[in-house]
Design a protein around this ligand. Structure first.
Ligand code: GDP
Ligand code: MG
Length: 599
């Protein structure tokens, strides 16, 4: 297709504002997929995504649309992930487009991720088409939202299109606007290939499938290509586009969006944001801007509940990583939990998704340690170490200073919740930056806050304090020094490594107390007295004692019939398997699970 007849666009929206539903309607209207084939929300393919209503992987679909001017256009819809954990993926998907439909729920108005996504789209220089969705709902107030678009976003209210993705209202106007308002691509066909990889997935037959936007030149099946960031070279096994099934073709050329089957065995060879070119010009032409390797921000230990599952857990993580270059993991041993992995994630949602997939797709039961961030620790001897695991923290005496990551936080909320939000953020060491009124009764609050405070239950707290009305977005805002300590939990004098956490000094007592009390309730009595302590270095800050067992329980079984005794012993053996030894104390697995889910 000549570039004048191509339009590349994406849909951006706050979660639940109707992005996927609108995408489905566009596919249906253009006949890309018949309504009979239309299962609900085709673009959200993974079961998990569907259940959670979030899109993890960007997808691209080619539609053919005959406009009112009688000409046929190739419209490439690139679906972007809708969650803050995946900002970088969103930005790469946007870089593959010239325009964006900005979907806003007519009953909700602009929310945190509406703006966050809009800013990313503006950075990518996209033409924005505002679409006010859900106008079929009785509580819809499109006029109010129009005004918001003008006041907050600065786009003329008259440019807003009104739609109901559910009822199919406004779909043809949206398609016309895509053709009329979004500029066609302006690639240079005569130059060497430059293709932006905006997503990829692993296919066991064809290797890594790269989702690409051809910026300059063209690529054919059988061509050799080179990845500019990784230097990997391969041959294109197959080229094509999505409709939404994969349709193979001989060539993809400047301006087009599609896929390349690369034969690479790992997505690491073909990273999101990288530029594919021809090996001959490697090092001679500029890569497309914006590449950066995904960097994990949140870390946790993952341990199989059943230690026999360790090899399966490794295999499962390896498989997930084939598709997800932002997931990192390395083996880790814990005296208390045995063999496991220290995993790195983009954010908390990413961590939850991985844990859920391990459990659901691989039938694994996972014990996850409390998530933590990565600290920069400067030692007295001048050495700086990066620590992503509390048990690897240097002893207090060796530490000169500790720095932790901070984020800039945007919260949208009805004005009546300003008080509770301030309270929550301040209790989490947040610092107020500014407040803007969006409307008479809605505000945008901006704060700076340690990331560590955000990953422990912050989102749920925010939702519950604002009755679900507030929305949240954040971006990384550098490292800052902090007065942090490592809090150890000791059972019978032995530190339980899996329970160590890094906390702000001012929070150490409260957290230590809570952990000690909880463990006190959960650890069964032993034949001897067991102290449970919380300590910073060698200083104990909280203590409880489990009293010794007085009577020998087994006394009950002397005499009696043999089968009953056997059964009892069997049962005890079963129970033993789920016990973890810490020093000479047996701690039931359930105690760890309960403590680790402690907020
Ligand atoms: P996404 O998170 O932006 O992809 O939003 P979805 O497309 O998954 O939509 C979220 C919810 O809003 C779903 O329950 C949809 O059925 C519903 N929805 C989407 N568009 C409309 C609409 O135009 N009208 C109504 N009444 N509901 C809609
Ligand atoms: Mg969706």
């Amino acid at each position: 297709t000549d570039q004048a007849h191509i339009r590349n666009f994406c849909i951006i929206a706050h979660i639940d504002h109707g992005k996927s539903t609108l995408a489905d309607r566009l596919l249906e209207y253009t006949g890309t997929i018949s309504s009979r084939e239309m299962t609900e929300q085709v673009l959200d393919q993974m079961e998990l995504e569907r259940e959670r209503g979030i899109t993890i992987k960007a997808q691209a679909v080619r539609m053919l649309y005959t406009a009112r001017n009688g000409e046929q256009y190739e419209l490439n819809l690139i679906d972007t992930p809708g969650h803050v954990d995946f900002t970088y993926e969103v930005s790469r998907s946007l870089a593959a487009c010239e325009g964006a439909l900005l979907v806003i729920d007519a009953t909700q108005g602009i929310e945190a991720q509406t703006l966050a996504n809009l800013y990313l789209a503006l950075e990518a220089d996209l033409t924005i088409i505002p679409v006010i969705n859900k106008i079929d709902l009785p509580s819809a107030d499109p006029e109010r939202v129009r005004q918001e678009v003008e006041d907050v976003i600065g786009l003329p209210a008259s440019e807003c299109l009104l739609a109901s993705a559910k009822e199919g209202i406004g779909v043809s106007e949206i398609l016309e606007a895509i053709v009329e308002r979004i500029p066609p691509p302006h690639g240079n066909l005569g130059r060497p290939l430059r293709a932006l990889v905006f997503d990829s997935h692993y296919d066991s037959y064809k290797g890594v499938i790269a989702y690409v936007r051809i910026v300059d030149g063209s690529v054919r099946v059988g061509d050799r290509i080179a990845m500019m960031a990784t230097g990997s070279v391969t041959e294109v096994i197959e080229a094509g586009y999505f409709q939404p099934r994969m349709v193979s073709t001989q060539i993809l050329s400047a301006g087009e969006v599609g896929y390349l089957a690369t034969g690479f065995k790992n997505v690491k060879d073909c990273r999101v944001g990288d530029t594919a070119t021809v090996p001959e010009v490697l090092g001679q032409i500029e890569p497309l801007p914006g590449y950066k390797p995904a960097k994990p921000m949140v870390f946790a230990g993952f341990y199989p509940v059943d230690s026999d599952d360790y090899p399966l857990l490794r295999e499962a993580l390896e498989r997930l990583q084939l598709n997800d270059a932002s997931l990192s993991f390395e083996p880790e041993t814990s005296a208390a939990l045995g063999f496991g992995f220290r995993c790195g994630f983009l954010g908390l949602l990413h961590m939850e998704i991985i844990q859920e997939r391990l459990e659901r797709e691989y039938g694994l039961r996972i014990l996850a340690t409390a998530p933590n961030v990565e600290y920069y620790v400067t030692k007295r001897n001048g050495e700086v170490v990066k620590v992503d695991n509390p048990s690897a923290f240097p002893p207090p005496g060796e530490i000169e200073k500790i720095e932790e990551p901070w984020v800039e936080l945007s919260i949208f909320s009805p004005a009546r919740y300003i008080g509770p939000i301030m309270e929550l953020v301040t209790a989490r060491r947040g610092v107020f930056k500014e407040m803007k009124y969006i409307e008479a009764d809605r505000v945008l609050l901006t704060y700076r806050m340690p990331l560590a405070e955000l990953i422990v239950d912050f989102h749920d707290q925010l939702k519950s304090r604002t009755q679900g009305y507030a929305s949240l977005d954040y971006s990384f805002a550098g490292y800052r020094e902090a007065d942090l300590v490592k809090l150890d939990i000791l059972v019978n004098g032995q530190p339980v490594d899996a329970l160590s956490i890094i906390v702000h000094r001012s929070e150490a007592y409260r957290r230590g107390r809570a952990l000690v009390e909880k463990l006190h309730k959960l650890i069964p009595r032993q034949l001897f007295e067991v102290p449970i302590q919380a300590a910073i270095g060698s200083r104990v800050i909280a203590r409880e004692t489990i009293k010794a067992l007085r009577k020998d329980v087994l006394a009950k079984c002397y005499g009696g019939d043999v089968t009953r005794k056997k059964k009892l012993l069997e049962k005890q053996k079963e129970g033993k398997k789920r016990m973890k030894m810490v020093g000479s104390v047996e701690i039931p697995q359930e105690a760890f699970m309960a403590v680790l889910s402690l907020k």
